[in-house]
Structures are given as C-alpha cells and as structure tokens.
Design a protein around this ligand. Sequence first.
Ligand SMILES: Cc1cc2nc3c(=O)[nH]c(=O)nc-3n(C[C@H](O)[C@H](O)[C@H](O)COP(=O)(O)OP(=O)(O)OC[C@H]3O[C@@H](n4cnc5c(N)ncnc54)[C@H](O)[C@@H]3O)c2cc1C
Length: 510
Amino acid sequence: MSRPEKKASVMVIGAGLGGLAAACTMAARGYRVTVLEANDWLGGKAADWQEGGYRFDMGPTILTMPRVLERIFAEAGITMTERLDLRRLDPQWRCFFEDGNVLDLQENAENMAEVLESLCSGDADGYRDLMAASEQLHNISERFFFWKSVGGVADTLDLSSTFTPATLRDLLRLRMDSTFAREIRKRIHNPQAAQMLDHLTQYVGSNPFWAPAVLLGIAHMQSHDGVWYPMGGTRAVPEALAQLGRELGVKFRTGTRVERILTRDRRACGVMTDGGEVLDADIVISNMDSVRTMRELLEHVPTKKFERQWKRRKPACSGVVLYLGLDRSYDHLAHHDFVFSANPEEEFDAIYKQGIPAPDPTCYLAAPSKTDPAVAPEGGEALYVLVHTPYIRKGQNWEDLFPGYRQIILDKLKRCGGMPDLEDRIRVEHHLTPLDIHERYSTLRGAIYGLASHGRLNGAFKPANRSSEVPGLYLAGGAAHPGAGMPMALMSGWIAADCADQDSAKSKTS
Ligand SMILES: Cc1cc2nc3c(=O)[nH]c(=O)nc-3n(C[C@H](O)[C@H](O)[C@H](O)COP(=O)(O)OP(=O)(O)OC[C@H]3O[C@@H](n4cnc5c(N)ncnc54)[C@H](O)[C@@H]3O)c2cc1C
C-alpha cells in the first residue's frame, strides 16, 4: 500500500469506531498515528462476547449508511467490499405489539405505504408525504451538517449565501418549531405504525416527543441506504478498520488509559497516561466522551465556552442488554425485531422524565442466526435483547435493580414476543447494565449515545469536532458531531481527521 510521506504525529485517545476511523484516515494521509485504548480490545462498544459456541455482538447490531465506511476505506485506496461481506436486510425490522399485531418495516417506501393504508385509510399518502419530507431533511443534512465540523446552527451556514431564498427555504424545511413524534402523527394515524416510526430515534437514544423534527431524515437514510449485516457480525467492522490501521502503520496500545491531555500555551501537545508516561504529539484526537474529555482530561485548562454551550444538555439514554444463547431459534422472528410497550408516551415519560426503568418496556431483539448461522450451535440462536433505560441517576443501584428488571424483560418477551418457552431454552447467558456500560466504555453516566438529541432548535447539535478553545485538539465519536450510531461515529472520526489535516496544512503555509 503506497502512502504519502510521513507528516506530523497524532495521538488518538480511544479505539471506538470514531477513534479507528480517525486513525485510519490520518494514517492514510501520511501522519504517524498512535492509538491509546484503555480496554484490552479495539472497537469500544462494538465488542463481542463468545461462549459455548455462541457469538454475540455486544453493542451495535444494525449497520446503516455503509457509504460512510466506504469513504474511510477509500482514503487508503481500498474498496470496502474487499474487506467486508455486507448483507442487505429486508424487512428491516419486524414489530410485535401487545394485542398480537405484527408489522414489518419494509425498505421499499411504496410497499410500506400500501401496508399502512390497509391499517388506516389515508396513511399511505401520509407515509409518502413523510418520506418526501424525510428526503428533503436528509439532503439538507448532507449539505449543511455532514462531513464537516459543526457545533451549532451558525456553523451550518455558508455566510456568503446565508440570506439567499434557497437557504431560507432550507431553514423553513428544518421545521424548527416541531418535534419528531409530532411530524409523524400529523401524517400517520394508526398508533402502532406511529410507534414503530418513533423508534427511528432509538439510534440516538432520545425521546421522539422531545427530539427535533430534523431527525426525520433518518427515515429516508434507512429506506434509501438500507439496513445491513456484516457477515461475522458488526464486530467485523472494527476488526477490518484495525487491520487497515495496522497496514497503514498505526501503532495500537491497549490497556493504556489517558489521564490528561497536555497543553503548551493552551495548544494540545501530547498526553499523559495512567502510568505517568508522557507522549508528545502534534495533534490529539479524543474518542472519549466529549464532555468527559473536556472536564476530566483538560481539568487544568478552563474550557468555559464549551461548558456554557453544553452544561445544560442531558445524557442520552442508557440500556440493559441480555445475551441469551438458546438451544432453539424462533421462525417467527426476523433478523431485527421490536416487541413494543403498550403505551409509548408512558414508556418515554418513565425513561426520560421520571428517570426510572419503564415498567412496560420496548425490547429490541437481534436474531442474527437468520443471516449468519455461525453465531450459534446448529438449530440455536444467539438472541440479543436491548431495553433502553434512563442514564444513571443518583442513588440508582443497578446491582439491586437488575434481577427484577431482567424478569420484567423476559416476561414481556414470553407474553408479547411469541416465545413462551424462552426461559427454558437459555443455555448460556450474559448481560450489561447501565453501570457496566458506564465502566466498560467510559461514558457520561452510562449514556449509550452521548448527549440526548432533545430540543426543537438545538437538539440535533453535538460538540464540534474541532475544539475552538484548545487548538490541536479534535473530538471524534458518538458524543461529538454529527452524533451517535455506527455511521455517525465513523463520520465523526473522519471529520476530526479531515479538520486536523486541513489545519496542519494551513499552519505549514502560514
Ligand atoms: C448496547 C448498544 C447497542 C447499540 N446499537 C446500535 C445499533 O444497532 N446501531 C448503531 O448504529 N449504533 C448502535 N449503538 C451505538 C454505537 O455503538 C455507538 O454510537 C458507537 O459504537 C460509538 O463509537 P465511539 O466512536 O463513540 O466509541 P466508543 O465505542 O464509545 O469507544 C470509545 C473508546 O474510547 C476508550 N476510552 C475512553 N476514554 C479513554 C481514555 N481516557 N484513555 C484511553 N481510552 C479511552 C474506551 O475504552 C472505548 O474503547 C449501540 C451501542 C450500544 C452500547
């Protein structure tokens, strides 16, 4: 693999998807890159767990927008399909409801519209209109929001064209006076279909009744770009990126926690590890949670602007995950399934307002043996169950809460998921609570998806990738712009690297 000449040195803190994407992009552009990872594996939340012939992805299971990954491989002149075998899944999700109804989310918008019409007259046109609005919002995101560092509305606008009629029309299309759930309910009148579509906000761990309407763009992204499964599991993605990094000369050091970002005249100039080792660098990219990076790794440097902008923003939700190795599979499940709560408003109120686990939760299931029989012994299933919970509140002790909540989840699946014998079929079992998530991945109060996307005006914004207060520092990962989820965390790594590369080139010419 031929590469440009060696440029400046880069220290990447954390080897989550954002950190790996940043490391590969920088190395492909000729920088000398070292990645320091606190855990003993690479990939962060995209970890796996194997026992007794079962293999589970522990974190992300749904891969969307693979073209983001394509762009990162392309930095090194490699075609993604040389490294990953991706399978497109349709139906994208199968949804089970308390009253026994089953509804598939289909990739083809016209087929989906026809199904919705059979549930409620007028919903086909409503769905077509929703998808048209979603396409506009997706296009606006592509033009103003993606592939560049953005920390607020001012960063999205090209000042030379701010007041053109076209830009004003785009601003109006953002529907800044509305929420995600409201835009759905204006068009979709069948409550179960609306509940299914609400869950597109699950990728950012937020309450659809508080999330900004602009996130509706996710509906078009998912329908247009598809839902994918990498053979070998989503774990195949960080493994492929780590391999690419090694080929590009990236040095990976696991079991190494960074305690401090070092600065000289406020400029990032290296890091200090938990072993007291000082490592110099021209550029520092942090894949640690953005708020914790600024508060903990830069404790000695006041970052008042960052605090002012982000201190009131709450963490996104956390979750309980069950990994159940079963001695049977269930024919009625699709690869991705939801078993829904009876009352979404009560469920979201519990998680996001009261800060307690929902008494009647929605359970997301992955049954990957549908696509990849190697995940379980023959005839079995590596069933993955994720229930969103509040981020960790004061006094919440998940060691005490977990056994009762596990039973609530299993009872829900037995009752509404068509798996009455589920508990008897478990052969191996493992789990993560919000506390485990917090400790394994160094998150903000157990939040899976960084900061919550709540607020009609600013909810979609996350901390910018280029620090305006500490030159030489860049933020990558699900807790920085453009946000959480596999494609966004990967894109954030690419943006952080691209900004660092541009700044480095500018400093050489000035
Ligand atoms: C249970 C679960 C289910 C999910 N489901 C989906 C899904 O289906 N689809 C989807 O798109 N997304 C999903 N996500 C979200 C997705 O996994 C994340 O948005 C994405 O993986 C986050 O990547 P990241 O770059 O932020 O890094 P992270 O995965 O957060 O990794 C950060 C890394 O930095 C390391 N680190 C932190 N601080 C330090 C330090 N001081 N020194 C050294 N190392 C440090 C950590 O150890 C960690 O390895 C899910 C997440 C979870 C947990």
